[in-house]
Ligand binder design. Structure first.
Ligand SMILES: O=c1ccn([C@@H]2O[C@H](COP(=O)(O)OP(=O)(O)O[C@H]3O[C@H](CO)[C@@H](O)[C@H](O)[C@H]3O)[C@@H](O)[C@H]2O)c(=O)[nH]1
Length: 498
């Protein structure tokens, strides 16, 4: 893969939200962020993957590490600097290194620097193209008088592993997904199971070394794996990224022991028996970061005031994450189910999803529903006592945020790790399935019945378990809890005292 020879890097300790482009065009002296003193103290380079669902939890982790006194530098491309503003405002001592987005033979020029701005068919070339940041990042590391002493990197930026090796420092792979997924996905990339017939979407793959030997049909395996083409440069780069992860010193997952006891209690062969620190739910551990992931389209106080009018657990929150737009027939199904079930709801509608005409006006007139177009203050919504259920695509951040808030889930996994996530929820007994698949348009009437039953007496036992799991989640991040202890363990690894 070619790396643009004009790549430059620069660093800032605290970037303003609207940064003039001239500020990141030229290399800056390393002392600008206060990390250039060569004192041999720990200095952790954090490398997030530019997708909201990935960046948010890794920045949450960075906030916790910074609060424990570790010096951190976060690496981003210029187009993602704005997204760091709320995080940097909350963690002013964290520095950044800003890299120009690499030119790539796989991407159209100016296609965007974050998956939220990309069509799905560019996700894989985008992931592979970012590997070209390795060389400029290595030069930056080598130019620092206060050397980088460890790298914490997203699973999708596993190309940082050789960089850590070159520097002779530990590499920690951060998974914004759960431990079950961490093991199964790395099992896939190591073993490369195939199908007997190319059209066989139902044939199962069994993960014999994952606790419980789970099996998943081919169609439920991560899409990125299913579309792998041997010999294709993008495919092989992605596989290499996952194989590099396995060589990491240890793993960190945004999960907690009470939710995934079977997977965190013993070393996992698919992760080479490396230590896995389960430090979640990160959104619950970091409570003071306003405007997490973006400026909300509606003020959290306004949504809270609206929710105040409902009984405990009566409201269904609907959101399909930061990337997934619904097709017109899927949007019609969700709208139909909300209308037919008569449940109170908040629906966070991502751009690209078209709400059927007249739906919002009718729900508003009946004081029964709120439609939020754009970024919703999801964590605040889920924490409101009136929200009892969440219709979700099972993105892991959403799952954990709901779990931590004691909210039960109506699951509609669509792709990526979401089928595995739904199975973890089913094992925990805190969810009811409503649909499956990115192309499915379920029957609105059937979905309405499940929704109505959920908020009624039939749903009480599932909600009780969700509330109980929420208590376990809170205990995990409290002083002395499992996630709290794992975080302290990680800090020791990063401080080189273990
Ligand atoms: O209006 C919105 C929409 C989303 N969010 C936040 O955005 C994140 C969304 O993350 P997630 O629920 O995990 O969904 P995706 O954005 O779809 O995440 C991708 O990344 C996740 C982590 O790897 C995977 O689990 C998913 O399958 C994958 O689609 C969560 O923190 C939400 O709170 C908001 O705050 N407001």
């Amino acid at each position: 893969m070619q790396i643009s020879s004009s790549v430059l890097c620069s660093e800032f300790s605290h970037l303003p939200v609207a940064m003039p482009s001239s500020m990141y065009a030229a290399p800056q002296a390393s002392a600008s962020n206060g990390v250039g003193n060569g004192d041999g103290m720990p200095h952790v380079l954090v490398v997030p993957y530019p997708a909201q669902g990935h960046m948010l939890p890794l920045l949450d982790l960075a906030a916790l590490l910074s609060a424990r006194g570790l010096a951190l530098t976060v690496a981003v491309t210029a187009g993602n600097v704005r997204l760091l503003a709320p995080f940097l405002a909350a963690c002013p001592s964290v520095a950044t290194v800003v890299l120009p987005f690499p030119s790539s033979p796989f991407l159209p020029a100016g296609c965007g620097e974050n998956t939220k701005d990309l069509p799905a068919d560019l996700f894989r070339p985008f992931m592979a193209s970012l590997a070209a940041l390795s060389a400029p990042l290595l030069s930056w590391c080598k130019s620092q008088s206060r050397g980088v002493t460890a790298i914490v990197s997203d699973l999708f930026t596993g190309w940082t592993l050789p960089l850590a090796e070159e520097l002779g420092v530990p590499h920690v792979a951060f998974s914004c997904a759960n431990v079950h997924y961490l093991a199964t996905t790395h099992s896939l990339w190591r073993r490369m199971p195939t199908r007997r017939r190319l059209d066989d979407a139902d044939g199962t793959v069994t993960f014999s070394e994952v606790p419980g030997s789970p099996s998943f049909p081919w169609r439920s395996l991560p899409w990125m794996f299913r579309v792998h083409v041997p010999g294709d440069e993008v495919s092989e780069t992605i596989r290499r990224i996952f194989l590099w992860n396995i060589e990491s010193s240890c793993f960190v997952a945004n999960s907690f022991a009470a939710l995934e006891a079977a997977y965190v209690e013993r070393p996992l062969p698919d992760l080479m028996a490396k230590r896995v620190f389960a430090v979640g739910a990160l959104s619950d551990a970091v409570r003071n970061c306003d405007e997490r992931g973006g400026k909300p389209a509606v003020a959290p106080a306004k949504v809270a005031a609206w929710l105040d009018g409902f009984d405990d657990g009566a409201v269904v929150y609907v959101c399909f994450g930061s990337q997934q737009a619904l097709s017109p027939s899927q949007a019609a199904c969700v709208a139909g189910a909300l209308a037919l079930s008569s449940v109170a709801f908040v629906w966070a509608v991502r751009s690209g999803t078209v709400v059927p005409e007249g739906f919002e006006a009718a729900a508003t007139a009946a004081s029964r529903g709120m439609v939020i177009r754009g970024w919703a203050p999801q964590v605040e919504i889920l924490r409101h006592r009136a929200v009892g259920w969440f219709l979700t695509h099972c993105g892991w951040n959403s799952v954990l945020e709901a779990t931590a808030a004691g909210v039960a889930m109506l699951t509609w996994p669509m792709g990526a790790d979401q089928f595995i996530n739904a199975s973890v929820l089913a094992e925990a007994g805190v969810a009811v399935p409503v649909a499956e698949g990115a192309d499915t348009a379920p029957d609105a009437g059937k979905m309405a019945s499940v929704m109505a039953a959920a908020v009624a007496k039939e749903g009480e036992s599932v909600r009780k378990r969700a509330v109980e799991l929420g208590r376990n989640a809170a205990a995990a991040v409290a002083e002395g809890g499992t996630s709290h202890n794992d975080l302290e363990g990680l800090v020791r690894v990063l401080s080189d005292v273990d």
